[in-house]
Design a protein around this ligand. Structure first.
Ligand SMILES: Nc1ncnc2c1ncn2[C@@H]1O[C@H](COP(=O)(O)OP(=O)(O)OP(=O)(O)O)[C@@H](O)[C@H]1O
Length: 285
């Protein structure tokens, strides 16, 4: 079963359109949602969370419409800006949020509050950016959600806590009942955590694959401009050329590249997610 299904969704904003959005997020896995600034990640997450309504298409969570109140109970939502009332303390906030969830667990709340080192006497509006993100996470985790949907949860966090958070997400995934879908610009977090990747560009899904498929199917090829002219350009998803030579994202079997008669061998490496995003924006030559 899929935890999230987005089918033919269109959303028209004043200067931006999400068009014919189709993707699904498998249950029991971690999926990273990537794309450049303004590519539509937050808008897509808001559509999934029913904060925005699509003009066309449908979104299902655990096979039920995303407007279903019971289904919303199963989801922990972490937003990149704290959407909660900020003039209260964490404990006052708890008294508002707790009644909304049947599965609310005070032990979990107290555990994560201590783990995240969040003060109980200070008002949330006085928290640092990182503390606000931790507060958002605390409230998402305290009702033991089956599906965690997070918009840039690691943004604004110091590197040590970011690593600890990735460890926590690993722990949360251990019982295999949970699903995580999160957007990020920090691709090293995805290398550590993600099973699947969804890449969005200009409001359209460019790529949805497992990390294993990505590793098997894509190669980073580097060489001289002369070598580039000898390669079938159709096999490249994108190429960047500089004075030093070229680097390209190559799809498929690299055997034919190794057979090319060139004065020096080309470099063939495993691309990072960052390489892929950068090169996919490069032109085909
Ligand atoms: N409420 C809104 N009204 C009109 N346009 C909007 C609204 N919210 C977002 N947009 C536009 O939609 C586009 C996509 O924005 P979105 O926040 O979804 O991108 P993003 O991929 O999350 O970007 P970032 O990585 O910078 O957070 C942008 O051009 C933005 O200006």
């Amino acid at each position: 079963m899929n935890a999230i299904e987005v089918r033919d969704v269109t959303k028209q904003l004043s200067h931006f359109t999400i068009q014919g959005l189709n993707f699904s997020i498998p249950k029991g896995y971690v999926t990273g949602f990537i794309g450049q600034n303004g590519s539509g990640k937050t808008t897509t997450i808001q559509l999934i969370m029913d904060v925005l309504r699509p003009n066309k298409g449908e979104i299902k969570l655990f096979d039920a419409p995303n407007r279903d109140v019971e289904t919303k109970q199963r989801i922990g939502f972490v937003y990149d800006e704290l959407y909660m009332y900020q003039h209260v303390t964490i404990n006052q906030m708890r008294s508002f949020i707790k009644p909304l969830y049947d599965t609310w667990d005070d032990n979990l709340f107290n555990y994560y509050r201590r783990e995240f080192n969040l003060p109980t006497r200070q008002k949330i509006k006085e928290f640092s950016k990182g503390m606000k993100m931790k507060t958002s996470l605390l409230f998402a985790l305290a009702h033991d959600p089956e599906l965690l949907i997070m918009d840039e949860p690691t943004a604004g966090l110091d590197p040590v806590f970011r690593r600890e958070l990735i460890d926590l997400f690993h722990e949360l995934m251990e019982d295999e009942k949970r699903t995580i879908f999160f957007s990020t610009h920090i691709t090293s977090d995805l290398d550590r955590l993600a099973d699947y990747i969804v890449l969005i560009d200009y409001g359209k899904i460019q790529l949805q694959q497992s990390m294993t498929e990505l590793e098997e199917n894509y190669h980073l090829v580097k060489g001289t401009k002369e070598q580039l002219s000898a390669i079938d350009k159709e096999a490249f998803l994108g190429v960047r050329v500089t004075n030093q030579g070229f680097s390209g994202l190559y799809q498929g079997d690299t055997q034919s590249l190794l057979l090319l008669q060139t004065d020096q061998p080309m470099v063939i490496e495993k691309p990072s997610l960052e390489d892929m995003m950068y090169l996919m924006k490069g032109k085909k030559r």
